[in-house]
Design a protein around this ligand. Structure first.
Ligand SMILES: [Zn+2]
Length: 364
């Protein structure tokens, strides 16, 4: 409990605005803060204490309790994925609502997605250590989003040297860092997120393709097939395992979510390009949802995008305007998680894309 409170203190003192709500929820902090108020002479030692904590965290990536993440699913020998929550990011899921995966190679471990914050990255690392003694040597992130990327500073702090991202995605993360961090801190928790730093300068960027030699005669091909869910994205294909990490180019089961920066028309082309480049029997670890195959992600991702594009175009042809998009029948997809929260906005998004409407702007 004391340890948790220390983390909280660091978070509180290092942020510009004191998180009063979090503080009032923590009895240890409350007592400490009152004591400090009554004893002005204490503040130098509080500051010193906080400085030491921050330095320690910088060395080890995260200090605090191990979070109770979902059990990893074994995809094949030496390949595991922790399937995150199928809803949005919340304090209850620690922000883990996509997939964190690792692959064991002769020379070390490859991690796909850095995690939504250092606390989840650390906890995920503890799971990896229960399966292999090999060090984590390579980390790649699927896109510029907080859940792919905000945990990256943890891996930098523990000494990982090789980081990879498609160039556009890395630049978007760099440009959006403050906003992305603030948004994820607010939604998931400052105490988990506060130590995340912008480490985009540690990443090796690639435009189209980059091949990593991981020893034992195996390679990882980092690929991109164009914009869609995000303007930039990184996919990883491992030929020796016939295994593909699609990032958010592909969803399994969960409803698709469109952001202001999402271009669904490009997404359709990108998905088709990916599919054409991959063996039809490839094992798939998607951006959201459990490990699966090409047929399932085609149905759940491309199938939905094409269906909704067709339906929106029909509505427009009938003279339909933005408010009419709500009457499009999407009932075939209503069993999918977060359908209620996404489907109407998804139709409006496509309407705006097709009619030149303003999609807004944001980093997430
Ligand atoms: Zn995502």
């Amino acid at each position: 409990m004391r340890f948790v409170s220390s983390i909280l203190l660091t978070a509180l003192f290092s942020s510009a605005h004191l998180n009063v709500q979090a503080a009032s929820q923590d009895p240890y902090f409350k007592g400490f803060a009152n004591y400090a108020k009554e004893n002005g002479a204490l503040s130098p030692s509080v500051e010193k204490y906080l400085k030491e904590l921050t330095e320690t965290e910088r060395k080890v990536g995260y200090i605090g309790p191990v979070l109770d993440l979902p059990k990893p699913q074994k995809v094949m020998e030496g390949v595991y994925t922790v399937v995150g929550s199928l809803i949005w990011h919340t304090p209850e899921n620690y922000g883990l609502n996509n997939n964190l995966s690792w692959v064991e190679f002769a020379d070390g471990v490859f991690v796909f997605n850095a995690g939504p914050n250092p606390a989840v990255a650390y906890s995920f690392h503890q799971i990896i250590k229960q399966h292999t003694d090999k060090p984590v040597k390579w980390v790649a992130v699927e896109n510029s989003q907080g859940h792919a990327y905000l945990g990256a500073s943890y891996w930098v702090d523990i000494g990982v040297k090789n980081f990879y991202s498609q160039s556009r995605a890395n630049q978007d993360f760099n440009n959006g860092f403050e906003q992305i961090k603030a948004s994820w801190s607010r939604r998931v928790g400052e105490n988990l997120t506060h130590s995340a730093r912008n480490v985009s300068d540690k990443f090796t960027e690639f435009d189209d393709k980059l091949v990593i030699d991981v020893g034992g005669g195996e390679t990882i091909e980092l690929l991109t097939f164009g914009p869609g869910h995000t303007p930039g994205s990184t996919l990883a294909y491992i030929p020796s395992r016939n295994l593909l990490f699609t990032g958010d180019v592909a969803y399994n089961h969960r409803s698709l979510a469109f952001f202001p920066y999402t271009h669904t028309g490009h997404w359709i082309d990108t998905f088709k390009a990916m599919k054409a480049a991959m063996p039809i029997d490839v094992f798939v670890i998607p951006g959201h949802g459990a490990p699966t195959d090409m047929a399932k992600i085609t149905e759940d991702t491309l199938g939905y995008l094409e269906y909704l594009h067709r339906a929106v175009k029909e509505k427009i042809a009938q003279g339909g305007k933005e408010p009419d998009m709500g009457s499009i029948d999407q009932s075939a997809y209503k069993h999918r998680p977060v359908f209620e929260q996404t489907h109407q906005q998804n139709a409006v998004h496509i309407y705006k894309e097709l009619t030149g409407g303003d999609l807004g702007e944001s980093f997430e």
